[in-house]
Ligand binder design. Structure first.
Ligand SMILES: NC(=O)c1ccc[n+]([C@@H]2O[C@H](COP(=O)([O-])OP(=O)(O)OC[C@H]3O[C@@H](n4cnc5c(N)ncnc54)[C@H](OP(=O)(O)O)[C@@H]3O)[C@@H](O)[C@H]2O)c1
Length: 271
């Protein structure tokens, strides 16, 4: 299949104020001359990125987990004649690692809205515009937690597994019309651990995590090769590979590794 040519594309990247999203925006603008609209809630960080990247980066401040925000954004794009080529649904968050009982139904609603439903909302609001692009692409950032069960992440994993299934079905529904990719990163050094109650600054976590810039460089390389399933990081690759071969053994092994690590960040899982 022909490569996906990123040059001079118009992209929308959610969660552009930090981590993966910021890296995507930087790579798209700096390496491929793309025009990027970044979305997030932290205006200070988005403004700083705009100052760093110049006129090819603009931003909108809104909560991606609210459908109405996407409808308004789509209306604005239509009125201004902005036809996006690439939609990167990357915004998301992780709850503190803990047994499922420690999280409330309200937590479930929030994480489902942000980590999964946001991609459904953006898809349905932007499809009419994306369909007018000569090379439409949708990139959904899921997680290695959707590849195998990880103790202490029930709500997060469920939201990411929903996104995985949604992405895989979209890829079939629009085969040959829209390039759809699912991204499954392992532990990566970003601000994702900021909601952890304890141990988020643990040096072992620092060591476990791959650098975000390198991870995004690899992802972008695979996007250019039109890969539909992009797994980054040795941990994520091992989880995906072994879970497919030995599901119950692998799930138990992952639990065992986390428990034996004795890391503070996983304490609430094994109490
Ligand atoms: N880092 C990892 O180890 C890892 C592993 C697997 C998957 N992932 C996935 O990678 C994606 C990016 O995360 P990250 O690691 O880069 O974490 P991060 O540094 O915390 O970045 C998350 C981004 O999402 C945005 N965001 C969160 N909630 C939002 C909301 N309701 N509305 C709009 N924007 C929102 C944040 O922006 P504001 O704060 O400005 O709203 C921020 O820009 C997430 O979907 C995450 O699940 C990360």
């Amino acid at each position: 299949m022909a490569k996906y040519d990123l040059a001079k594309k118009r992209a929308i990247v959610t969660g552009a104020s930090g981590g993966f999203g910021r890296e995507f925006a930087e790579r798209f603008v700096k390496d491929y001359g793309c025009e990027v609209i970044g979305i997030g809630r932290n205006e200070e960080k988005l403004r700083a990125l705009q100052n760093a990247l110049g006129g090819n980066f603009t931003y909108r401040v809104f909560d991606v987990g609210v459908k109405e925000n996407w409808d308004n954004f789509a209306r604005e794009l239509r009125d201004t004649g902005f036809i996006p080529d690439i939609l990167v649904n990357n915004a998301g968050f992780l709850l503190p690692f803990a047994k499922a009982e420690k999280h409330s139904p309200a937590d479930a609603e929030e994480i489902t809205a942000v980590n999964y439903l946001s991609s459904v909302y953006s898809f349905s609001a932007l499809l009419p515009l994306l369909s007018r692009s000569a090379a439409p692409a949708i990139v959904n950032v899921s997680s290695s937690a959707a590849l195998a069960p990880v103790a202490g992440t029930a709500l997060y994993s469920a939201s990411k597994a929903a996104l995985k299934s949604f992405t895989e079905c979209l890829s079939m529904d629009y085969k040959g019309k829209i390039y759809v990719a699912g991204v499954y990163p392992g532990f990566t050094k970003t601000d994702i651990f900021r909601r952890q109650n304890k141990g988020a600054d643990n040096r072992l976590i620092e060591k476990l995590c791959a650098p975000a810039d390198k991870a995004v460089k690899k992802i972008v390389k695979k996007l250019r090769r039109r890969k539909t399933r992009i797994v980054t990081g040795a941990d994520a690759k091992a989880m995906g590979f072994f879970y497919r071969l030995f599901p119950s053994l692998t799930a138990k092994a992952i639990r065992g590794v986390l428990e034996k690590s004795k890391m503070e960040i996983f304490e609430d899982v094994f109490l």
